[in-house]
Write a protein that binds this ligand. Structure first.
Ligand SMILES: [Zn+2]
Length: 858
């Protein structure tokens, strides 16, 4: 026993001194990045009229774009418009043709005279295009014969220019009118209000004419074309429409979109600006490349958000629908001037999505959303990069749409709310909305609105949260001085500070709970190390640093198991209870920790905390925690059951755990719980894992969650015997998410004899018709770490039209290049991890034996 334990200890120490995998976080910007500023406004765009026809079979669009413009401040003799891959036939001004040329993604029109500011120019541009981006065509093919025909646009960030000529910059606003001609029985959905539907003689096509009369940027111009059924609702006279593929049951549409009127009421009254457009539509698109896009008054949503009732908890549309509706104010009515300030769109939409959940689902759900948003940001900050939220140096604006922009952006609003209080926070944002409606904004505009509303001086807040990076990492030590009845807190900010990461100024509330009451104190952190003393009538049973949960932070606060148990039971804040559970789960040697967690897992009223307790329990590999997880199979909430099953996967070679997982796989009806079971079966290294995973890989499920889990399980097993099944799952014609997961798993299994054939398959997949199969292949090639893939990846980094794929290709090349030097270290790490795995298994077996013999656990 003793030598084995010593070996385990050595392995842990050895891992402790190796650098973190991948070394320190990478910089956000690579060598391809450049400083971006908004373009000069030489032209003031006033109005656009698109008169277009669409042919899905030829992936073609053509017709006329008529732009009304005026020189902004200085006379112009040439007009430059953004136009990418458009075949321009003719440009007319009134009855006169104008000379033009196309160069560098721009259409340059010679006006033949110097036009002074204020004089309107009306240019009619005839053109056609087979767009490579901006306008997307979905339809059946050999692999997917049942796919419906759909055409949709995606303007954000810089793609509108790829389907019509325009001033394609978020700081330029115009009104627009759209005449979209499509074959019967297709519907063409545009922005604003429907003026008319015209059927020309012959009745083979129809023209939908839409009018959009509130100035907004070109990236919000949209079209969605499909054979749609429409469900109509209404809110205070505003028509609300849900466009779903023909034949979709009405209750399915309402399950996803039915709360839209309630959300509209909530946002209108909260923001103090009524929903600003004459109508609100949500269209659904198959194979949409995003979750949702807040096109003006006509959001485009992924078809995948429609879901059956059985998975409503896991696949709820509430967040998505609220997010896109919130954008109708934050993004569409007030638009970031340039993408460096895109958090004013995305951080706001993210936070308002959570505010709606707070109103609709309660404080616990709200705090849990904030907790998960914080985790998403921490993950990116730790594993990827750290950057300021306002970021002017980047390669492509799409690169900014990350977890610093969305969850961290949202969190800064939550912190502002904590500082100002609910009322002043709301009044400030109302003032900001009213002042800047139908306008462009930068972060300074928000600061001014808040300062003018509240009288508070907030330069420091805006500087530290938007222009600098990171977050406070706080270490607290607490002493109770019984003689003077003072509780003393020493608070340190332990984050490494540099040009990017400061010592934070942070107002925070500290609450002490005792037998006789609760005492709460506001304090303001401002230094790297500070001491605070609070008079209390008794020694506190529980200390809540950041009571109310308004500070984005990491917290280190040594507490006894007894104190943590009290907090797990009594902290009114959801994140406080989760934190206590996580801390308890590190007390491997403390017999009381596992039982406290086990009790809380059965008694805790909020599902989110139960799910996190189940997640925490995986760290305590004790029989008691295993049994608590098995008992949680009876939990009423499928999300808790899924978390418990997933944690059981940490009990390797444990027959009881394996049996519970197998029963969950066989007996559960919910796809997400079964997916967790398939993956856990692999991580438990249960006997027969591969055959169960093969069965799972072939099991149809909502959003392919079971097949995806099967691929991840195969990747985890690392058994080359899984390769044929994964190759089959990756074939064109299989469900898309199943393919993407199988491709990613293949990248991880590209070793030994399997390596060359897998690399060849991945290289072929770089030419796959489906963009996310190519994306998965790019990432898999990065994981496979083989330099023969570099030339093909370099082609992808240049040639892919989607900026996300180009970025991934650059990252894959970087990973391969840096792998050369890291190989030996990686090999050492791998061997130590193997050794740790095997000693862990042995130790657990010995502990089990000792317990069965009746001796105390080590
Ligand atoms: Zn958004």
């Amino acid at each position: 026993v003793i030598p084995l334990r010593a070996a385990a200890l050595l392995a842990v120490i050895a891992i402790g001194i190796l650098p973190v995998p991948g070394g320190p976080r990478k910089p956000f910007s690579d060598a391809t990045a450049a400083h971006h500023e908004p373009p000069d406004r030489a032209i003031d765009a006033i109005h656009l009229h698109l008169d277009l026809s669409f042919d899905a079979s030829r992936k073609w669009v053509g017709g006329e774009a008529t732009l009304t413009l005026t020189p902004f401040a200085a006379p112009l003799d040439t007009v430059a418009l953004d136009a990418e891959d458009l075949r321009i036939r003719e440009v007319r001004e009134g009855a006169s043709r104008r000379e033009f040329r196309v160069a560098g993604g721009r259409l340059l029109v010679d006006l033949g005279r110097a036009v002074p500011p204020g004089e309107e120019i009306v240019l009619a541009v005839s053109y056609e295009a087979n767009p490579r981006r901006g306008l997307y065509f979905v339809g059946p093919d050999r692999g997917y014969p049942a796919k419906p025909v759909m055409v949709y646009s995606q303007g954000q960030t810089d793609q509108s220019r790829a389907w019509f000529p325009c001033v394609d910059s978020p700081n330029e606003r115009m009104t627009w009118e759209q005449s979209y001609t499509v074959p019967v029985p297709f519907t063409a959905v545009g922005n604003g209000r429907l003026v008319e539907v015209k059927s020309p003689p012959g009745g083979r096509s129809r023209t939908f004419r839409w009018m959009q009369e509130i100035p907004a940027p070109a990236y919000l111009v949209s079209v969605a074309i499909a054979e749609y059924d429409v469900i109509r609702e209404e809110h205070r006279g505003v028509p609300i429409e849900y466009y779903v593929p023909r034949g979709t049951p009405k209750e399915t549409a309402l399950r996803s979109f039915g709360l839209t009127p309630d959300m509209m009421e909530f946002f209108s009254s909260w923001i103090g600006v009524a929903y600003p457009y004459p109508r609100y539509a949500q269209t659904t698109i198959v194979d949409f490349l995003h979750g949702g896009m807040e096109n003006l008054g006509a959001t485009t949503q992924t078809y995948d958000t429609l879901h059956p009732a059985e998975v409503d908890r896991e696949a709820s549309s509430v967040g998505l629908v609220a997010h896109e509706l919130a954008h109708q104010w934050w993004g569409d009515l007030l638009t970031c001037r340039d993408w460096a300030h895109a958090w004013l769109n995305e951080g706001f939409a993210t936070y308002f999505e959570n505010l709606y959940k707070e109103r609709r689902l309660g404080a616990d759900e709200f705090q849990y959303e904030m907790f998960r948003d914080a985790e998403a940001y921490f993950e990116e900050d730790e594993k990827e990069y750290r950057r300021p939220i306002v970021q002017e140096v980047f390669t492509h604006p799409d690169d900014l749409f990350d977890s610093h922009l969305y969850p961290k952006g949202g969190w800064t609003l939550h912190m502002l709310r904590g500082i100002l209080g609910d009322d002043l926070f709301r009044e400030s944002l109302q003032a900001y909305a009213q002042t800047h409606r139908a306008g462009s904004v930068v972060t300074e505009d928000l600061r001014k609105s808040v300062e003018e509303t509240t009288g508070r001086s907030l330069e420091w807040f805006f500087r530290q949260w938007y222009l600098r990076g990171g977050h406070p990492e706080i270490r607290i030590t607490q002493d109770w001085d019984a003689a003077s009845r003072l509780v003393r807190l020493r608070v340190e900010q332990t984050q490494a500070t540099d040009a990017l990461t400061p010592v934070f100024r942070a107002p925070v509330r500290i609450a002490f709970h005792g037998d006789a009451g609760v005492w709460e104190f506001p304090v303001e952190l401002a230094d790297a190390a500070e001491e605070f003393a609070f008079p209390l009538p008794e020694a506190p049973r529980m200390t809540r640093f950041d009571a109310g949960y308004h500070l984005l932070k990491k917290l280190e606060f040594p507490r006894t198991a007894a104190e943590l148990t009290v907090q797990l039971r009594e902290d009114p804040d959801v994140p406080g209870r989760i934190w206590a559970a996580e801390q308890l789960a590190t007390r491997v040697r403390d017999g009381g920790a596992a039982s406290a967690l086990a009790v809380a897992l059965s008694k805790e009223p909020f599902w989110g905390v139960r799910a996190e307790i189940a997640r925490s329990l995986r760290k305590l590999r004790l029989a008691e925690s295993r049994d608590a997880l098995i008992a949680a199979r009876g939990d009423s909430d499928t999300r808790v059951r899924a978390a418990a099953i997933a944690s059981l996967g940490s009990f390797r070679e444990d027959p009881k755990a394996a049996d519970a997982i197998r029963r969950a796989w066989r007996e559960e009806k919910n796809d997400y719980v079964r997916a967790a079971a398939a993956k856990a079966f692999a991580s438990a290294r249960a006997s027969g894992a591969l055959s169960l995973l093969r069965e799972a890989l072939a099991t149809p499920s909502h959003r392919d969650v079971i097949a995806v889990a099967a691929s991840e399980g195969m990747e985890d097993l690392g058994d080359p015997a899984a390769v044929p099944a994964l190759r089959d799952a990756a074939r064109y014609g299989r469900p898309r998410r199943q393919r993407e997961a199988a491709i990613r798993a293949l990248g991880k299994l590209a070793k030994g004899d399997a390596k060359r054939p897998i690399l060849d398959l991945l290289l072929d997949l770089l030419h796959d018709p489906w963009i996310f199969a190519r994306d998965a292949a790019i990432q898999a090639l990065g994981d496979a770490r083989d330099d023969t893939a570099v030339p093909a990846l370099a082609d992808a980094a240049r040639g892919e039209t989607d900026a996300r794929l180009r970025r991934h290709a650059r990252q894959a090349i970087e990973a391969i290049r840096s792998a050369g030097s890291a190989t030996e270290l990686e090999e050492l790490r791998r061997r130590i991890e193997q050794m740790e795995d095997s000693t862990r298994g042995l130790r657990e077996r010995i502990e089990r034996l000792e317990r069965e013999k009746g001796s105390p656990p080590p």
